[in-house]
Ligand binder design. Structure first.
Ligand SMILES: [Mg+2]
Length: 243
């Protein structure tokens, strides 16, 4: 298990890391013991616990209420400090939004998540649409390039967000702020967008674990989100030790 002390900053992806994937992002379940453990750990770490998610901050807060720690939302498009200050990237251009809206209406089961600073087109309920969506992304590649929008494929989802906005850059930024600065980062993630964090971890002197598959640079691999939750609950019960 990754070591955690009072000098650790715990940075956690949500879907596929803390929570089991569901048919749609709204249908995930946050177990009460996880919520309790996160609350306890956030206090033990003096607030140095943050979510790092593709979800918007609004969506994150709805899931984990009343817990409201520091958080990186929309793959880095939103950064909330431990003190509650929110930094937001500019919204995705209309031309790109139009394409995503049109695509989401083309096939039943496609779900568009509009985060303002980012778009996510989920096709978990319409996996047969994937070749069509991939073709549409390729067709519009030069428009995305002109609009400085980056397209990324995740687990049954296609994300669009401005150039320069990614989880890695956002983590590097958060790591400079109180109470994260000077702590050893421990990050956990499971999907392609989390690789951006694994890329900056060595520079930040941090460590990472992955879930479901081995990421380059990961110190530990959990087989499933359930095992991550088990570890966190146990950690909260025993308490984080002094360094
Ligand atoms: Mg994830």
């Amino acid at each position: 298990m990754p070591p955690v002390s009072r000098d650790t900053a715990l940075l956690l992806d949500i879907d596929g890391t803390l929570l089991d994937m569901a048919r749609s992002p709204e249908r995930v379940i946050v177990p009460v013991d996880l919520l309790r453990a996160l609350d306890r750990l956030a206090r033990d770490l003096s607030g140095a616990l943050a979510f790092v998610s593709g979800r918007s901050l609004v969506s994150i807060d709805k899931l984990f209420a009343p817990l409201r720690p520091a958080a990186i939302g929309a793959h880095g498009g939103e950064i909330r400090s431990a003190g509650g200050r929110v930094l937001r990237a500019p919204p995705v251009p209309e031309s790109v939004r139009d394409i995503f809206v049109r695509l989401s209406r083309s096939t039943p089961g496609l779900l568009l998540e509009d985060k303002g600073v980012g778009l996510a087109l989920h096709y978990r309920l319409a996996p047969e649409a994937k070749p069509m969506l991939t073709a549409a992304m390729e067709e519009n590649a030069s428009l995305f390039e002109d609009e400085k929008v980056h397209i990324q494929y995740g687990k049954a989802v296609i994300d669009a967000r401005p150039f320069g906005v990614d989880k890695g850059s956002a983590v590097a930024r958060l790591a400079r702020q109180k109470p994260f600065a000077g702590r050893t980062i421990l990050f956990g993630g499971d999907d392609t967008t989390d690789l951006d964090v694994f890329r900056v971890l060595p520079r930040l002197g941090g460590h990472g674990f992955s879930v479901g598959r081995r990421f380059p640079g990961a110190d530990h691999v959990f087989a499933s989100p359930r095992l991550v939750r088990q570890w966190l609950v146990q950690l909260a019960e025993t308490g984080v030790g002094a360094s």
